[in-house]
Design a protein. Structure first.
Length: 231
């Protein structure tokens, strides 16, 4: 099965679980089982978060599209309320602008992988020593990013941790998540690094990078202040 097919299948399973959880919450409330309803609601929040991450991997514009859809729904609802006659033209303008932008995003051809095939190709070149270093910069203003090099091992480094702390670009919770993924401190605790075997599959490295971007730092897309470079 192709990786994209696996991703779509996983999204389908999460969507089914979300639908089932909504039914369980509704049943719990009707039967006054509020503790169980709250338990299911907490799980639903987790599932929705996972769905958002997976959908963003499948479609980098997913987050922006969802914001536009909510904006359109909100404006259509409000324009029909009593006493909104004076604002109706403004709501119509907002709806039209949002629908036009949404149509543009829907017409984009999205890549099959988290950071497109570019990063996967660069990782392969890094392993073959055709490039020496790959930089995934998440926020150039905060200087937040990952440096990937290849020697005896494939090494992922997040430098300047003290500076990032001072800029509120990284906190204890994020550091804890990175450590659970296997990242370690250097001797002076100035950077976090993770060494992977050179024969680690590119897909596995991409999955790890996806988790770092979408679960640790919660970046919805690689754009704006973000860039990919290599040397």
């Amino acid at each position: 099965m192709h990786d994209l097919d696996r991703l779509k299948m996983l999204i389908g399973l999460y969507q089914k679980e979300a639908r089932d959880l909504k039914k369980l919450i509704s049943t719990g409330i009707k039967e006054w089982e509020y503790m169980m309803a709250d338990y299911y609601a907490q799980r639903l929040r987790q599932v929705n978060r996972e769905l958002q991450i997976l959908q963003t991997i499948l479609d980098p514009d997913y987050g922006e599209k969802q914001i536009l859809i909510r904006q359109i729904t909100h404006c259509k609802k409000n324009r029909s309320l009593a006493g909104q006659k004076n604002l109706r033209e403004l709501y119509e303008q907002w709806i039209g602008d949002a629908e036009k932008k949404l149509e543009g995003l829907n017409s984009n051809v999205n890549p099959d992988s988290p950071f497109s095939r570019v990063v996967a190709d660069l990782l392969e070149k890094l392993k073959r020593k055709e490039v020496q270093k790959v930089v995934l910069m998440f926020d150039s203003e905060l200087d937040l990013g990952i440096i990937i090099t290849s020697g005896r091992k494939l090494c992922l480094r997040i430098p300047k941790i003290k500076t990032l702390r001072n800029r509120n670009a990284i906190g204890n919770h994020q550091i804890s998540l990175l450590q659970r993924m296997g990242f370690q401190w250097d001797a002076r605790e100035t950077l976090l690094y993770l060494g992977l075997e050179l024969n680690t599959l590119t897909n596995q490295v991409m999955e790890l990078l996806s988790k770092i971007v979408f679960k640790v730092f919660i970046f919805e897309e690689m754009g704006g202040k973000s860039y990919i470079s290599y040397s």
